[in-house]
Design a protein around this ligand. Structure first.
Ligand code: ADP
Length: 396
């Protein structure tokens, strides 16, 4: 089935038009500056990228611009929007309501709305994308795929926070976790690469601008590093990761920040950017560290150290590990970071082959001959997962 995938943010909207079986991508692109002015970047494999300024006061004009360019005789890839069999939407927070993807109907929309307090930045934007598609393509089925859903199999000991239990019962405060579609895809690929054993223990390292680890037992998520929101876990590009709450009180007292300003610092100015003062981009940090910038080197060291700690924690939590997966921008591309993360873990049976590790963006086993634990590089494909879920639900 030919599926249009929409990932709507507050002022941007990514799209991809692809085949759910086999994953061929026909076109993809990005609408930016929605609500400001509006710019469309449209990419078709084998053709030159197209950039156009198109007024986009709301997400509706953005979706309309995407559909217009898709059917454009010169720039498009389809003759009519009827060729779009269904639309799959990436939705950030499914709260406790969604353990899997679902067909979008009134009940589904109401449940996504109910999750807005848990995902206050993303869910309203995701809903704008959904509503715009419903208005413009009322007869095309739509499916919501949640970033949180894969993690809903975590046991209570992994998802409960050690604060008064009533906040869980009354207010849904618990660990949810994110990047679920990516963790689901790469863990399934890893289990396949292990030869589909009856039992398996996999640690997935999704390392990108936002990063998270997951512990996956027999294909089901047992734990993950992100929490109620995507700020938790280990340091990321600009996010702090887990914090001692005392620091919030201390800095808010010293500088008079309110909670919004404090959270802005933790979300946008922290992580490896905060430590280095150089950049949130790991390529910039590599360059700066190579030129002797000590804080850039420290930021990288901190990131590696925290990922290593979670690998140890998850191996311990699962009582062993059969495979470690590296995925997303850094995991797929940074040869050096993968090497440094695995360095010193030989005592756990984790042995990397330096030569095999010399790859970027390919699905490969980079573990040394005889390594007890397999180390896989697996390019993530969240879009394919969304397309497959969308097609499967529409066929039902
Ligand atoms: P997002 O979370 O926005 O999807 P990505 O998964 O695309 O992010 O990851 C972006 C990160 O990947 C950036 O920090 C970038 O520096 C890093 N990255 C991409 N290529 C390389 C590379 N060759 N070496 C090191 N880091 C890389």
């Amino acid at each position: 089935m030919k599926i249009l995938i929409i990932n709507a943010g507050s002022s941007s909207l990514k799209y991809q038009f692809m085949e759910s079986e086999g994953g061929e991508v026909f076109a993809k692109g990005l609408c930016e500056r929605i609500g400001i002015d509006g710019r469309l970047t449209h990419k078709v494999p084998g053709r030159e990228d197209v950039k156009k300024d198109i007024p986009m006061p709301t997400h509706s004009e953005a979706i309309q611009a995407v559909l217009d360019i898709m059917v454009d005789p010169a720039l498009g890839v389809i003759a009519s929007t009827d060729e779009i069999a269904a639309v799959g939407h990436r939705v950030l927070h499914g709260g406790m309501a969604f353990t899997e993807s679902c067909i979008i109907d009134d009940a589904c929309i109401a449940a996504i709305e109910k999750c807005i307090p848990l995902g206050p930045l993303h869910n309203p934007a995701n809903l704008m994308g959904i509503r715009a598609c419903q208005a413009i393509m009322p007869n095309t089925p739509q499916v919501a795929v949640f970033d949180t859903a894969f993690h809903m199999t975590m046991p209570p000991k992994a998802y409960i926070y050690a604060i008064p239990y009533e906040y869980y019962e009354k207010d849904d405060v618990r660990r949810y976790g994110f990047h679920g579609t990516s963790h689901r895809y790469v863990s399934a690929r890893a289990i396949d690469m292990l030869g589909n054993p009856e039992h398996s223990k996999v640690i997935c390292c999704h390392l990108g601008n936002g990063s998270s680890l997951s512990a996956v037992v027999d294909g089901k998520c047992a734990d993950t590093t992100m929490g109620l929101g995507p700020l938790a876990g280990f340091p990321m590009g600009t996010r702090s990761g887990d914090m001692d709450a005392t620091i919030l009180e201390y800095l808010m007292g010293r500088y008079g920040y309110d909670i919004k300003e404090m959270l802005n610092i933790l979300n946008k100015k922290s992580g490896v950017l905060g430590i280095s003062g150089v950049s949130s981009d790991f390529r910039d940090l590599d360059d700066a560290a190579a030129k002797g910038n000590e804080r850039a080197a420290l930021a990288l060291e901190k990131f590696i150290y925290e990922v290593k700690k979670f690998i140890g924690a998850y191996a311990s939590a699962m009582g062993g590990v059969d495979a470690i997966v590296f995925t997303a921008g850094i995991g797929e591309n940074s040869i050096d970071l993968r090497r440094r993360i695995c360095e010193g873990l030989e005592y756990m049976g984790i042995q990397m082959d330096a030569e095999k590790n010399n790859v970027r963006g390919q699905e490969v086993d980079v573990s040394a001959e005889g390594s007890k634990v397999k180390i896989f590089v697996i390019p993530t494909n969240e879009e394919l997962m969304i397309a497959m879920d969308t097609a499967a639900l529409c066929k039902k």
